[in-house]
Every structure is written in C-alpha cells, then in structure tokens.
Design a protein around this ligand. Structure first.
Ligand SMILES: [Cu+2]
Length: 184
C-alpha cells in the first residue's frame, strides 16, 4: 500500500501525541495517584426525604482547637445553616456535653473566629445546587442523595459570601449565605 510521505509524517506525529497523552494518563494513575472524585463510603449517601433522621439538624459545631464542622442543607433557594436552637437540641442529644458555635437566628449567617478551620458537610433537599465560598478554596456541587464535604481555613477577618453557583430555578440568584470571620 502506498502512503504519501507527508501523510506518513502526520501519522507519526498523531501517534506520538497519543502516546504522550496515554503516558500522562498512566503517570497520573500510577505515579501521582490521581483518581476520579468519588464517594468514599456509604456515610456520604443520604435519603433526601429523611434528612432529619439521616443528616441531623443543620448547624455549626465547635470541635475545639479552632476546628468546626458545619452541617448545611441547600434547598430552593437558600442555604439552611441551622439556628442555635435546632442545633443545640440536636447536638445535645447526639453528643452530650459538646459546645456549639454561633449561627445567626436567620439561619443564614455563621460567625467564626479568625484562624478557624471549618469542615462543611452539605446536602440538598431538592435539586442540584452549588456551594462556593468567596475568596476561599471551597467549591463543590451539592447533589440530592449525596453529602458533599470540603474543608476551608479562614485566615483573614471579614465577611465572605456562600453562593449557589449552579442554576437551580427561578430564585437561584437570591441563594446565598454569609460567613463572618471575626477578629479574635
Ligand atoms: Cu442555585
């Protein structure tokens, strides 16, 4: 079979490029341990119709040493960060003797001291939402039935918005909440 010289060069170039891509995939897999994002175990699944039983009340829990856990429910079209009362009742039953951090009465504002590290656990009551924190490295998709988890450190005092960045219906643009990082 006759292959034109120019065509042969191009075949070689294409094969070489594919070889490089395949080698990069293999290197990522075998050397750098790159894996697709996935759900580590069944504790990251939740029944959206039974959030009260399986997810507990939303709220901010003080784990000590500047570590916090924030349990959040996203729904059309707000983030429920929990109120002091629901939070207190839930955690006093589940973890007797723990202290709890302050969440605003509006359920829309979290107050934490500067230097805090917060692990967010978020799920959705209805449709897919987004969760992103202004000027911090926290950006996940909130899928009903799953619990998304991400940890962020707050080293600068100020007010940082939590925004839904995944279109979720006609009230999407008003879906936001606030983290207030207070000077210690
Ligand atoms: Cu949205």
């Amino acid at each position: 079979m006759h292959i034109d010289e120019l065509e042969r060069y191009w075949l070689i170039i294409v094969a070489a490029v594919m070889g490089v891509f395949f080698a990069a995939l293999l290197a990522g897999l075998l050397i750098f341990g790159v894996r697709l994002p996935s759900t580590p175990d069944s504790s990251y699944f939740v029944n959206p119709l039974a959030l009260a039983d399986e997810f507990g009340a939303p709220g901010l829990r003080d784990m000590g040493n500047g570590q916090y856990t924030a349990q959040i429910i996203a729904q059309m079209w707000s983030f429920d960060l929990g109120s002091d009362e629901t939070y207190k009742q839930y955690f006093e039953t589940k973890y007797p003797g723990t202290t709890y951090a302050k969440v605003d009465a509006s359920n829309q504002v979290i107050h934490i001291p500067v230097g805090s590290t917060v692990t967010f656990r978020i799920t959705s009551r209805d449709v897919t939402h987004g969760f992103i924190i202004e000027r911090h490295n926290a950006n996940i998709e909130v899928v009903p039935g799953h619990i998304g988890q991400i940890t962020a450190k707050f080293e600068v005092p100020g007010e940082f918005r939590i925004l839904c960045h995944e279109y979720c219906g006609r009230g999407h643009q008003q879906m936001h909440a606030l983290i207030v990082v207070e000077e210690a």
